[in-house]
Design a protein around this ligand. Sequence first.
Ligand code: PGA
Length: 263
Amino acid sequence: MTNAPVSVSGSGSPGASAVAHLVRGPLVLTAATDEVGVVAARLVADHVRGHPTGVLGVATGASPLRLYAALAELRAEGLVTEGLTLAALDEYVGIDPGDERSYHSYVVRHIAGPLGIPESRVLVPRGGTQRDAERYEATLRDLGGVGLQVVGIGRNGHIGFNEPGSSRDSRTRVVALSDDTRAANARYFAGDADRVPSHAITQGIATILAASRIVMVASGAAKAWALDAALRGPVTADVPASFLRTHPSVTVVADDEALRPAS
Ligand code: PGA
């Protein structure tokens, strides 16, 4: 059986249209750029309605911001989110959780706060040792694992901070960030890639793939190469996001620019 993605052209409005999932592989929904987050939020909300006290896996970065804002709007319309536990994918090593550039701060500011979730149920990996990594794995395991996991995609094909070369069976661990990722994140560090931490602690590929359901959001031409490689190229550690094709329940919500095949 192939792992070819099912591609669905978005013709409905607003957002995407869907057809049956005919072959195994990610369901790909196209949406207008400003609707990517809204469409993805609806998928997350459907899951949250069935698992109001479950563990929601969250990604940081620019891509899912609109998704979280749309979820907060759904909360205002009655979606119950206060009972969720949030579990982040990754964190910089050497940045204090209270630092506004930390992913801990991001999750509190952009997700937990607007969704009414107390900080005591915000889980973010922390520290720079293997022991710290194992502790995070144990925390997730003790909670029964992640229900739905939101992910973005790095322009080099990373998911979480699993940079090219990350193996399918990797677990939470401390990793060195690639030059490309540090350059991409320089915008949060006064435009200076050298100020971006050199290391991070990240869920591994196997950790991410243990979630019951995965929703990826991607928009813009900067993601076209990575998304093309992840969806249409070989399943390989060179493109860590390609491993999502080994998961039975992945939905990608992306705009036309991100979905345009790389030339
Ligand atoms: P971005 O990051 O959403 O800020 O583009 C995505 C990622 O690196 O996973």
